[in-house]
Design a protein around this ligand. Structure first.
Ligand SMILES: [Zn+2]
Length: 170
């Protein structure tokens, strides 16, 4: 079980909220239940015309300086496909085509002292161009690797290490 990040019940303000099962927080005073569910997110696996995997170097925490796939969290009233297109536009200033579901992975994401559970849908797609010169301030760099040469120890997230190992063994 992950730790309960809440001290006070968001409904009655009592110091009476605790985790009764994975992600389910119950206030013993007012019986309010808060479902601390996994956060949906997306990531993109895309290969350049030279068959190299696109990775980004993260400019911010979590995982500042480490490598990751392009991606991010779903916003309210947004589908996974819409999230994918928005995140890729924001991060790489490029459009996508040939979008296909690849797989899904769960993981955790540390943000301001709270550990969130995440559930990531991973897509493959083609970028309109792989010569990217306008990237967001959330990224330090764009890198292309032969799949077998990806430095796994430099990846920010365990689920992406697992994913790339699976792709390498295909
Ligand atoms: Zn309460």
């Amino acid at each position: 079980m992950h730790s309960n990040p809440f001290t006070f019940c968001p409904h009655c303000s009592g110091e009476t909220i605790s985790e009764v099962s994975e992600g389910k927080l119950l206030c013993s005073q007012c019986e309010f239940i808060l479902y601390f569910n996994p956060s949906p997110c997306i990531a993109l696996v895309t290969f350049s015309p030279e068959d190299k995997l696109l990775l980004t170097r993260r400019a911010k925490n979590p995982g500042q300086g480490k490598l990751g796939l392009p991606g991010g969290f779903c916003e309210h009233n947004e589908t996974f496909e819409q999230t994918l297109k928005r995140e890729v536009r924001e991060e790489l200033s490029v459009s996508l085509s040939d979008i296909h579901y690849l797989t899904s992975k769960f993981d955790t994401y540390e943000y301001k002292g709270i550990t969130y559970s995440t559930l990531c849908v991973i897509f493959t797609a083609k970028l309109a161009t792989y010569e990217l010169d306008s990237i967001s301030d959330e990224l330090d760099d764009i890198l292309y690797y032969n799949l077998r040469d990806v430095p796994l120890e430099e990846l920010a997230f365990a689920s992406q290490i697992e994913l790339i190992k699976e792709l390498q063994n295909k």
